[in-house]
Design a protein around this ligand. Structure first.
Ligand code: TLP
Length: 347
């Protein structure tokens, strides 16, 4: 059976061109800084993002963790959204491994944080308090519906942190989706932050890896933290080679995933009992809720969809997330919509 797997864009497989580039990559020991393919990927990434330097990291989670531990020491406090990936889905790594204290404030439906909430979260000087050191933002914002956040909104959120002497890190796992969605160079969306992680292994289809970018001094310090975390890899140019293809060939085509997400959202919202959960998709994610008048749980619905070749991500008792990516094709969209109709009719 042909599967249409919408659970995440992390499920993307490398393209044939990536596999060829991986097989032919020039390699060396990256802990010595001698893997030419990794060095090239890091330079390309830094240049695209308008930062001085980049560091290849095994995952987005380790990229964010490395950034936090580079910016903060034990007992320091990080301000972040309560729907942020670093808070919700990174296994509490910043606390468990870094002794860093998370201070959450509410994410708004558009993925932003209120300026007053940021200002109020920043601690004054008092030995009772953990020192506020870092603000973390996320763009696109996964849990808020894959929403892409404009440069203007980013600038506004960064300002109060800057004024109080905090650093700012961006979880830009899908920052290229945001740039393509807004039709702006990616550097414009990250110019205001001190550090940014983006993922090669999501919509960009590489099998493994993220790049952390920032100033030369920051990246030198981050290199030590990555080593402490066990993320110093050796001949990992085999992986970076796919990342280079990702940056060269897979960025502009993200627009197709956004079109598919819009088509899917339109088709699903016409089905009785389905409503869009987080507003219209503006990048590659569609979140939906199945009405309680239909007596069907997400588990039962997902099982029926599976029988029809569709894998959807369950995000709540009646909620789904569907993520469009390279391996979801034009002709798959009507198949997914028909599968939902059929799965709900049976209830
Ligand atoms: N997100 C995954 C799951 O962990 C939820 C997904 O399927 O979307 N930042 C953001 C915004 C992410 O969405 C993710 C992965 C990460 C960081 C972590 O990346 P990896 O999986 O490479 O550690």
């Amino acid at each position: 059976m042909k599967w249409i797997d919408l659970r995440s864009d992390t499920l993307t497989l490398p393209t044939p061109k990536m596999r060829k580039a991986m097989a032919e990559a020039d390699l060396g020991d990256d802990v010595y800084g001698e893997d030419p393919t990794i060095n090239r990927l890091q330079e390309m990434a830094a240049e695209k993002l308008g930062k001085e330097a980049g560091l290849f990291i095994p995952s987005g989670t380790m990229g964010n963790l490395t950034a936090v531990l580079t910016h903060c020491g034990r007992g320091d406090e990080v301000i972040m959204g309560d729907h942020g990936h670093t808070f919700l889905y990174e296994a509490g790594g910043i606390s468990a491994l870094g002794g860093v204290h998370p201070h959450t404030i509410p994410n708004q439906p558009d993925g932003t944080l209120l300026i007053d909430d940021i200002k109020n979260a920043i601690r004054g000087v008092d030995f009772h308090f953990p020192p506020s050191k870092l603000l973390i933002l996320e763009n696109t914002h996964n849990k808020c519906g894959g929403v892409s956040i404009s440069r203007d909104k980013m600038m506004k959120m960064v300002r109060p942190a800057r004024d109080a002497g905090l650093k700012v890190h961006l979880d830009g796992a899908r920052i290229f989706n945001a740039a393509v969605d807004q039709g702006v160079p990616v550097s414009e969306l990250v110019e205001m932050v001190d550090s940014v992680t983006f993922c090669l292994s999501k919509g960009l289809c590489a099998p493994v890896g993220s790049v952390l970018c920032g100033s030369e001094v920051f990246i030198e310090n981050a290199r030590r933290i990555r080593k402490q975390l066990g993320g110093g890899m050796r001949q990992a140019g085999v992986l970076a080679a796919a990342g280079i293809v990702a940056l060269e060939e897979m960025v502009d085509r993200l627009a197709e995933d956004h079109t598919h997400a819009r088509q899917l959202a339109e088709g699903l919202s016409e089905i009785d009992g389905i409503r869009l959960d987080k507003g219209s998709p503006n990048t590659n994610m569609v979140y939906i809720e199945v009405d309680s008048s239909l007596d069907i749980s997400a588990e039962v619905c997902a099982a029926r969809l599976m029988k029809l070749g569709v894998k959807a991500g369950i995000t709540g008792p009646r909620h789904f997330r569907m993520v469009c990516h390279y391996w979801v094709l034009d002709e798959d969209i009507p198949v997914i919509i028909a599968a939902f109709k059929s799965a709900l009719v049976q209830s």
